[in-house]
Design a protein around this ligand. Structure first.
Ligand SMILES: [Zn+2]
Length: 178
C-alpha cells in the first residue's frame, strides 16, 4: 500500500488490519490505495483537485469550489473519505480520526468503498457523477436516481461490514430455511 505523506505508524497498523478484514470479508482484492492525513480544509481542497484530475479536461473553478465545500461540510461528521484518484483510490483520513480509538473501524468502512469503486463499470459511473458534481455534464433524473440508489446501497454495505468489524453483527437476522 502506497502512502503519500509520512503516515503515522498507528495508521499503518490500522490500515493493515482493515485491509485483511475487508479482503477476507468481501473476497475481493483492494485496488491501489493512497492514504493521506489531512485537516478538514486540506481534505476539501484535495478532494476538489483529485476530482478535477479524475475527470480530465478543464473543470470549472466554481464547480471545484462547490464540490470542495460539500466535502468540507461532510467532514464535520465524517472522519474519513474515499475518492477516485487518477490511478486507484485515495483515502483521506482527518487528523482527528488518526487519534480515534475506532480508527480501524473507519478504515474498514473506507476500504469497502475502495473495493466498490473498482467493481466492473463502477469507476465509469462514478466519473460520470463527478462530471455532474463539478458542473461539467448533465445527468438526467433517471441516472441521478440510479446513482442515488447505488450510493445508498454501497453505504449500506460499508456500514454493515464496519459493524461486523466493531463486533455488532449480526445486525440483520438471516431468514431460516424451513
Ligand atoms: Zn461511506
Amino acid at each position: 500500500m502506497r502512502t503519500v505523506t509520512t503516515v503515522p505508524e498507528r495508521l499503518e497498523r490500522a490500515a493493515a488490519v482493515a485491509r485483511r478484514f475487508v479482503e477476507a470479508r468481501l473476497g475481493e482484492p483492494l485496488p491501489p490505495i493512497c492514504i493521506a492525513v489531512a485537516t478538514r480544509f486540506q481534505l476539501a481542497r484535495c478532494a476538489a483537485r483529485t476530482a478535477a484530475a479524475v475527470v480530465g479536461g478543464r473543470a470549472p473553478r466554481l464547480g471545484q469550489f462547490l464540490y470542495g465545500l460539500c466535502m468540507w461540510r461532510e467532514a464535520r461528521t465524517g472522519l474519513a473519505c474515499t475518492l477516485l484518484a487518477p490511478a486507484g483510490v485515495l483515502v483521506i483520513v482527518t487528523r482527528q480520526a488518526v487519534g480515534d480509538p475506532r480508527l480501524t473501524d473507519y478504515l474498514v468502512h473506507e476500504f469497502v468503498h475502495a473495493v466498490q469503486a473498482h467493481r466492473p463499470g463502477r469507476r465509469e459511473q462514478m466519473t460520470e457523477r463527478l462530471r455532474f458534481d463539478l458542473g461539467m455534464a448533465h445527468l438526467d433524473e433517471a441516472r441521478q436516481y440510479g446513482e442515488f440508489l447505488r450510493h445508498e446501497a454501497e453505504e449500506g454495505e460499508a456500514y454493515r461490514i464496519q459493524a461486523e468489524h466493531a463486533g455488532l453483527s449480526p445486525l440483520i437476522p438471516t431468514r431460516r430455511s424451513a
